[in-house]
Design a protein around this ligand. Structure first.
Ligand SMILES: [Zn+2]
Length: 281
């Protein structure tokens, strides 16, 4: 009887211990709901954001860089050598690179598909239909040489002008893959670390959106654990595709406030990170 009592007591003790252990595990899991291998896939954050600014506008140097620097955020500036805001301010672009921003390759002459709808503005000499594969590759290689002379770097990302990736009927993506660690497209889409296509990285073209709308995209990126790329042209003016200064500031302030959850990095750093993450598997 005594033995039976003892055994019952022992069994009860084990059961209690097991219950406590299960309870403890549940409490730990509840306290850290997002801890886990894939919960924070972007450099320990929920999502990644890349701020890209196209075409070497004066406002990028006058308005955007000072704001980014004041918040300690880094951006990617896709420069075409042909644009006045580049040619007239080369030393300032060099200083931008020294601050840790990326000077991305956006070709020398910004050639686009001229026959597409709404492309009347494309000069015939810079219509991709009139290019050859050799010509676009030479142009892109020389744009990189020009940028290297400015920032001393040999590695940078590329952005397809107008998002066009063909010379006539021939794709030049293969050549871009040979020359760059990644390339930005213009299709508005979010991609997870596993699904991202490094040579067609989606981006959201900003033209008149409010700060709240842009912040909503970041929040969606957090929920989806995705990369969110913003594509800016004018900021407070200088381009038909424009965002107001207060709305731009609102987004950047939000990114600063949420930097524990949102990784803001240059496109180059994101591409390197994706590559390393894939190689380490
Ligand atoms: Zn452009």
């Amino acid at each position: 009887m005594l033995m039976k009592s003892n055994r019952t007591l022992t069994e009860c003790g084990w059961q209690a211990l097991l219950r406590c252990t299960v309870l403890a595990i549940c409490l730990v899991a509840a306290a850290h709901p997002v801890q886990g291998q894939n919960a924070r896939p972007w450099n320990g954050r929920l999502c990644a954001v890349v701020l890209t600014y196209d075409d070497a506008l004066n406002v990028h140097l006058d308005q955007v860089v000072p704001v980014l620097d004041s918040l300690g955020l880094k951006g990617t500036f896709y420069l075409s050598g042909f644009f006045p805001g580049f040619k007239a301010r080369i030393k300032e672009w060099s200083a931008v690179a020294r601050e840790g921003h990326e000077l991305g390759n956006h070709t020398l002459y910004h050639p686009c598909e001229g026959k597409a709808a709404g492309r009347e503005w494309v000069p015939p000499d810079y219509d991709l239909n009139r290019y050859t594969l050799r010509r676009i590759v030479d142009e892109v290689v020389m744009a990189s040489a020009m940028l290297e002379a400015i920032d001393g770097r040999t590695l940078r990302t590329f952005a397809y002008p107008c998002g066009d990736r063909k010379v006539g009927d021939t794709s030049y993506v293969g050549e871009v893959m040979r020359l760059f660690p990644g390339a930005r497209g213009v299709q508005g889409k979010m991609q997870t670390l596993d699904a991202i296509d490094l040579y067609d990285i989606g981006s959201y073209m900003i033209s008149g959106q409010s700060g709240e709308e842009m912040i909503r995209l970041v929040k969606e990126g957090e929920a989806k654990h995705a990369l969110v790329v913003f594509l800016f042209h004018g900021v407070g003016g200088e381009h038909a595709l424009n965002v107001s200064l207060p709305d731009h500031w609102k987004l950047l302030s939000f990114l600063k406030e949420t930097e524990k959850d949102v990784w803001v990095a240059t496109m180059l750093d994101v591409c390197k990170y994706v590559k390393e993450a894939r190689e380490s598997r």
